[in-house]
Design a binder for this molecule. Structure first.
Ligand code: ADP
Ligand code: MG
Ligand code: MG
Length: 875
């Protein structure tokens, strides 16, 4: 029992704020009756009573007495009495939790009918057909929901009867037919339960209340809660409400509606209705409902009233509403209202228009839009109106949707892709040997691996849709087929994947191209006015830089330079640099690389003209640029067997020696980042010279490059001091003493956080590399965790989130906060940013706002998401 000792509320006693206690449905009904809108009277049993019931297995003491008191009130309101054969009151007993779980729990309609009251109902309404229609519905619903009789038995009896009478529709059955059907239904119940159908309305009510409470814990409700992360202990409220009847002939109807179009957001009502029908008939698909607009012709009075009510609801809720209504003999009754689910596109339009209509503030408009939903718009997605056969759901690893033929092999994907075939590459998991196929595929689907598995990371980098970790997927390359949802698909058959939602769909599905529209632009302009956090992009190429700028990036927070050594024609030169045996050879190789790097930088700086570009100097260990030692050994053996020239053989031998000397037990913690800058300073010097020359040449052409050089993997102040001195000297040489190029460091080691005050002395800026920082703080290797134990950790609730997607605030976040405080304490002008994947994650962005970073940096496609998330974090 609640503190007040009250377990039951009359509808007008509640309000929309009381969702937790009265459930969403109850609170909505309460609000509508408070507003004087036409709602059948009723009362609500609280979620707290349900929780007691779940704990003890018994209804709370005194509950049914409290219900009885309210029943008397309800009888007064309606002028009818429960169980009175002269003038029976019928009620619905409806479920409804604080969090909307549409269709997951149970509701019983027409309760109060028995062999005597059905006659009374027939007499009072003058419509025996109607009365028996209600009774047969009630026996079936009560039978299924309360007495657990199989639905199938009732459906069969109804089908048999229709076949006997030679009719298609339920409404074509006569009063006598329905009377017979009730008899048959009661027989089914008696046979299944061993007892006659309960005739006492009070008993019916008590048992229905318990059954609705029980429905909180039914299988599908539990599965739904797991899927959407809803706690299992909230419980449901129960609304007991006087029935109104949409099945009283051709002036009666029932329907559902949205106050705006939930797919497009456009104004104007949107919904469906059915004449002479009850309850779930509209959604059950027994008859085809009609578009709501047609109701204007057949039921003009009720239709006008409905428009008025919908407007009032929008004004009150200041949001698009999803409603259920019934018309009884031309009179409208409201049976439900809630904020309607909508597509991302509709969310933008509705928020924008409501702000412009003055219904909500701009800030409120920003708070209405889920930043992650924007992803949907920035990539091709499945037409919301399309009919789908969803086969399975995996992880939404890389946004966008793709249609293509099934291909199980990367070489094949490459071959077909090159000739313009649309293919989806499907693998158990991917590894670097699959990348060439991924490049040519329209999308990627894997059975294993998480959100940061190889497939996911590479696909995001390529901007391709990907679904990973699709557990139901079995890939059988040997047989040339896959199995999904009990079906087999052969290579070459068409399939659709949607990386934004993780859905895998049979066949070809119509896609909608990526579209940013005026609503999108306007909302983001409002976001920019509000946010205090800067938003930059991680971009390594001029195309990425341009894309990022288009999406509103205010600079580049991370420009990785390693790919500049990987491109065709460059890798060989880089190998020469690494393998050079004397200074002359080294200088010659570096001299060939430098102009190439300089060209890259010029293009990127030009694309970001006037905006800062943070260039990270070489980070990965050198052996990533070399062939593997196994491969070299094979080549040597091949040459020896095939009589290769002695020079070639000794050349390869030298390579092998160098490769073996660079091999590391744990490359992640080996010779890389700043350590390379210190041990092999020539490479960093060359990179800085290329940067400086690019700055100089653009400056001379009247452009305004703003460049920041970032040194990776610093843990000791002396490391940064040394590299900074060297880089500074090169900059001075090319640009003069008074140059504007800043030098800072990536913070990605716990030690760097601990001595951030000392490091700050040497740095103009910090950028938190939260991918590596998460690995080093948690002692988690991302590649190993993702595929192996992370899923289990998440499943068992040991981790609440994947720490590589959403920043681990308590652990990693604490170190970030400490480093900010120490760094700024030592140098108030220190600029602070973050460039890990977390820079595009709304929850993490909220945290970064809190610790006072200057900017976040994320992949170009997530820039709009970050702009909106940053605005929301500032509100
Ligand atoms: P759900 O949560 O599954 O939508 P509801 O409690 O909303 O379940 O009930 C389903 C449908 O039953 C409603 O949409 C409405 O059409 C009908 N219904 C519920 N209560 C009443 C009532 N008092 N009078 C008439 N119809 C009702
Ligand atoms: Mg409903
Ligand atoms: Mg790193």
């Amino acid at each position: 029992m609640s503190d007040t000792g009250k377990s039951v509320y009359r509808l007008p006693e509640g309000s929309k704020e009381m969702k937790d206690l009265l459930g969403g449905k109850g609170a909505g009904l309460a609000e509508m009756s408070r507003l004087g809108l036409p709602v059948p009277p009723g009362f609500i049993i609280t979620t707290e009573a349900c929780r007691t019931y779940m704990r003890t297995g018994e209804l709370p003491e005194g509950l049914m007495q409290e219900v009885a008191v309210h029943l008397r009130w309800l009888e007064g309101e309606t002028g009818k009495c429960l169980g009175d054969p002269e003038n029976p009151l019928l009620v619905s007993v409806r479920s409804g939790a604080a969090v909307s779980m549409p269709g997951m729990m149970d509701t019983v309609l027409n309760l109060g009918l028995n062999d005597a009251t059905v006659e009374g109902l027939a007499e009072r309404t003058g419509d025996a057909r109607f009365a028996y229609d209600c009774y047969r519905r009630f026996v079936q619903m009560f039978g299924e929901i309360v007495l657990k009789v199989r639905a199938h038995s009732f459906e069969e009896a109804l089908d048999d009867l229709k076949r006997e009478r030679g009719v298609e529709q339920d409404q074509e059955l006569s009063a006598e037919d329905l009377k017979g059907l009730v008899r048959a239904f009661k027989g089914i119940v008696e046979e299944a339960t061993g007892r006659p159908f309960p005739q006492d309305p009070e008993e019916q009510l008590e048992r229905a209340v318990k059954a609705v409470f029980d429905s909180w814990d039914n299988e599908r409700a539990r599965a739904y809660r797991r899927e959407f992360g809803i706690p299992d202990d909230l419980g449901t409220a129960v609304t007991v409400q006087a029935m109104v009847f949409g099945n009283m002939g051709e002036t009666s109807a029932t329907g559902v509606a949205f106050t705006r179009n939930p797919a497009t957001g456009e104004q104007g009502i949107f919904g469906e209705f059915l004449l002479n029908a009850q309850g779930e008939d509209v959604v059950a698909g027994i008859r085809t409902p009609k578009p709501l607009a047609e109701m204007e012709e057949v039921l003009p009075r009720a239709y006008g009233e409905l428009l008025r009510v919908m407007q009032a609801l929008e004004r009150e809720y200041k949001d698009m509403q999803d409603i259920e209504f019934t018309v009884e003999r031309d009179r409208l009754y409201m049976l439900q209202t809630r904020s309607g689910k909508r597509t991302a596109r509709a969310a933008l339009k509705i928020a924008r228009e409501m702000a412009e209509e003055g219904l909500i503030s701009r800030d409120e408009a920003l708070l209405r839009i889920d930043p992650k939903g924007l992803n949907q718009l920035l990539h091709p997605h499945i037409d919301p109106e399309a009919r789908l056969e969803v086969l399975a759901r995996g992880l939404p690893a890389s946004p966008g949707a793709a249609v293509g033929r099934i291909v199980l092999d990367a070489d094949e994907a490459e071959r077909l892709g090159e000739v313009g075939e649309a293919v989806i590459l499907i693998r158990r998991e991917t590894n670097p040997d699959d990348v060439h196929g991924m490049i040519r595929a329209r999308g990627v689907l894997t059975a294993l691996g998480g959100m940061t598995s190889h497939a996911a990371v590479v696909a995001r980098g390529l901007g391709k849709p990907a679904v990973t970790g699709c557990k139901e997927l079995e890939v059988d390359p040997g047989a040339g087929e896959i199995r999904l949802a009990g079906r087999t698909f052969r290579a070459g058959e068409t399939i659709t994947i949607e990386g934004s939602t993780g859905r895998v769909i049979a066949g070809e599905v119509p896609l909608v191209e990526a579209e940013t529209n005026e609503d999108f632009e306007q909302i983001l302009r409002w976001a920019d006015e509000v946010r205090t956090l800067g938003v930059r992009a991680n971009a390594d190429t001029p195309e990425d830089a341009r894309k990022a700028r288009e999406f509103g990036a205010e600079g580049i927070g991370l420009c990785r330079t390693e790919h500049m050594f990987m491109d065709e024609g460059r890798l060989e030169v880089m190998r020469e640099v690494i393998l050079a045996e004397d200074e002359a050879a080294l200088d010659a190789a570096l001299a060939r690389l430098e102009p190439l790097q300089r060209g890259d930088f010029e293009e990127i700086f030009a694309a970001m003209d006037g905006l800062p570009v943070t260039v990270r100097l070489l980070d990965p260990p050198l052996h990533e640029f070399l062939p593997g030692s196994e491969k070299l050994k094979q080549s040597i053996a091949g040459l020896e067997a095939g009589g290769g020239s002695p020079e070639d053989i000794s050349g390869l031998r030298r390579q092998l020696k160098a490769v073996e000397s660079l091999e590391e037990r744990n490359p992640m913690l080996g010779l890389r980042g700043v350590r390379l800058g210190i041990v092999r300073p020539e490479i960093y010097r060359m990179q800085v010279r290329a940067i400086a020359a690019a700055v100089k040449s653009l400056g001379e052409r009247g452009r305004n490059p703003v460049v920041e050089i970032m040194i990776p993997l610093v843990g000791f102040p002396a490391e940064l001091k040394e590299t900074r001195r060297q880089a500074g000297a090169v900059l001075e040489e090319v640009l003069g003493e008074e140059n504007s190029v800043k030098i800072g460091t990536m913070i990605e080691l716990p030690r760097a956080c601990a001595v951030a005050d000392e490091i700050a002395q040497e740095a103009d800026f910090f950028s938190f590399g939260t991918n590596d920082l998460t690995q080093t703080v948690c002692g988690l290797s991302r590649d190993d965790a993702e595929g192996k134990f992370l899923p289990e950790y998440l499943h068992r609730g040991i981790f609440e989130n994947n720490p590589f997607e959403t920043l681990d605030r308590r652990g990693v976040g604490r170190l970030v906060a400490m480093a900010c405080e120490l760094g700024r304490g030592a140098k108030p002008s220190l600029k602070l940013g973050i460039c890990g994947e977390h820079g595009g994650d709304p929850e993490s962005i909220r945290f970064f706002q809190g610790v006072g970073l200057d900017y976040v940096s994320c992949s170009p496609y997530r820039v709009p998401v970050a702009r909106l998330a940053a605005a929301r974090a500032a509100l």
